[in-house]
Write a protein that binds this ligand. Structure first.
Ligand code: PMP
Length: 361
C-alpha cells in the first residue's frame, strides 16, 4: 500500500484551536472569547441573507464587483485594488501562497495572530517570530530581524490578543525600512475600533510594498459568513487573484456584507457601545488589581499575577457561564482575553472576576 506523504513541514503545523461556544451543563452562556459583535449582525444583513436564499441555485459573482464597489465608496478607495476572501484569513493565505515558499522567511511578532505562522508553513516558508516590547509591536526589532530571505512581514494594528496599537508614523517607518524584496501586511481586523484610523489605506496610495487586510467578522458581526478583503497595488491584487478560487465567496456572504457595510447607523451604534463598555471594563478590571493595557480593539487583555491564577480564573468564569479566551498559545500564559460584550455581559464578567479575587485573597 502506498502511503501518501504530505509536503515537508505540513505535519509540523500546529492545528488552530478555536474557542468553545457552549459549556456542558450550563445554560445562559455568554461567549466573550472570539471578539464577535455582541449585538449580532445588522438587521439589514439578516434581510439580505433571507433574500439571497431565492437565488441559491446560481453561482455567485466571481469578481465580487458589487461588494468591491461598495467598499471603495465607503472607504474612499479604488475598487480595482480590492480583493475579497473567505475571511481575512484567506487573504493572509493568498499572500503566503503567492509570495513565500521554501527558503523564504515570513516575519510576525511574538504575540502575533496564529494564522501568520500557519499560512507561512503551509506555503513551505520559514516562520520567524520577532520580540515585542511591552506587548506592543517593536519596529526596530522587526527591521533588525529582516534578512535577504524575508518576503512578508505581518503586523496587526490594533493587535490581537494584546489590543495595543502603533502610530501611523511607526508603520510608515517600518514600510520605509523594509528590504526591497519584502511586503508589509497591515492586518486591520480591528482597524475600525481605533477612531480616525484608516487601516493604513492612505499609506498604500504612495507605497507599493504595503498590503492592508480587513474583515467583516468583528465590527460588522458576520464572522459566521466569512468575509474579508485586502487592499494593495494593482500589481499585487493581480497576483493574489491568480491564487484565488473563482467562487471563493458565497452569494449569501457577498450580499450580507454589502448590506452590513451600508447600515451606517448600526455600525455607529456598535462602535459607540464598544468604546463605552471597553473603558468601563478596563477601569473595573484595574479596580480589581488586574493589569490591563489600554485597548484599541473590541476586547481587553486581563493580566493576572501568574499563569496559575489566570487558569483558575478562567475555570471559575466557566462555572458562571462565561467563556473567555486563554492566550497561552500567544505566549501570554498569565493573561485572559475578554471580548467587550454588551453592558450586562461586561457587568457579569466583572462580578465573577471580583468573586474569584475575593476567594483567592
Ligand atoms: N487577523 C486578526 C488579528 C484576527 O484577530 C483575526 C480573527 N481572529 C483575523 C485576522 C481573521 O479574521 P477573519 O478570517 O474572520 O476575517
Amino acid at each position: 500500500m502506498t502511503r501518501m506523504e504530505p509536503q515537508p513541514g505540513i505535519m509540523d503545523i500546529a492545528l488552530y484551536v478555536g474557542g468553545a461556544s457552549q459549556i456542558a451543563g450550563v445554560s445562559d452562556v455568554v461567549k466573550l472569547s472570539s471578539n464577535e459583535n455582541p449585538f449580532g449582525p445588522s438587521p439589514a444583513a439578516i434581510a439580505a441573507v433571507e433574500r439571497s436564499a431565492r437565488t441559491l441555485h446560481r453561482y455567485p459573482s466571481t469578481d465580487h464587483a458589487s461588494l468591491r464597489a461598495a467598499l471603495a465608496e465607503v472607504h474612499g478607495l479604488d475598487a480595482a485594488r480590492i480583493i475579497c476572501g473567505v475571511g481575512s484569513d484567506e487573504i493572509i493565505h493568498f499572500l503566503c501562497q503567492a509570495y513565500a515558499g521554501p527558503g523564504d522567511e515570513v516575519l510576525y511578532t511574538q504575540h502575533g495572530f496564529a494564522m501568520y505562522r500557519i499560512s507561512a508553513m503551509a506555503a513551505g516558508a520559514t516562520p520567524v517570530e520577532v520580540a515585542e516590547r511591552d506587548r506592543t509591536v517593536h519596529v526596530d526589532a522587526i527591521l533588525a530581524a529582516c534578512t535577504e530571505h524575508t518576503r512578508l512581514v505581518f503586523i496587526a494594528n490594533p493587535a490581537n490578543p494584546t489590543g495595543t496599537f502603533i502610530q501611523l508614523g511607526e508603520v510608515e517607518r517600518l514600510a520605509e525600512g523594509l528590504p526591497e524584496q519584502c511586503l508589509l501586511v497591515l492586518d486591520g481586523a480591528y482597524a475600525e475600533f481605533e477612531e480616525g484610523y484608516d487601516g493604513g489605506a492612505a499609506l498604500i496610495e504612495h507605497r507599493d510594498n504595503v498590503v492592508m487586510t480587513r474583515t467583516f467578522s468583528k465590527l460588522y458581526g458576520l464572522g459566521g459568513l466569512r468575509v474579508g478583503w485586502g487592499y494593495a497595488s494593482r500589481d499585487i491584487i493581480d497576483v493574489l487573484n491568480r491564487v484565488r478560487g473563482p467562487f471563493n465567496l458565497s452569494s449569501t456572504a457577498l450580499e450580507a456584507a454589502e448590506a452590513a457595510l451600508g447600515d451606517h447607523a448600526y455600525v455607529e451604534k456598535c462602535l459607540a457601545e464598544n468604546a463605552k463598555m471597553r473603558s468601563w471594563l478596563t477601569e473595573a478590571l484595574r479596580g480589581l488589581g488586574i493589569g490591563v493595557d489600554d485597548s484599541h480593539a473590541n476586547f481587553v487583555l486581563a493580566r493576572f499575577s501568574d499563569p496559575a491564577e489566570a487558569d483558575a480564573c478562567e475555570a471559575h468564569l466557566k462555572t458562571q457561564g462565561l467563556i473567555v479566551r486563554k492566550v497561552a498559545g500567544y505566549k501570554l500564559p498569565e493573561a485572559l482575553r475578554i471580548t467587550v460584550g454588551d453592558e450586562s455581559a461586561c457587568r457579569r464578567v466583572v462580578h465573577a472576576i471580583g468573586q474569584f479575587k475575593a476567594v483567592a485573597e
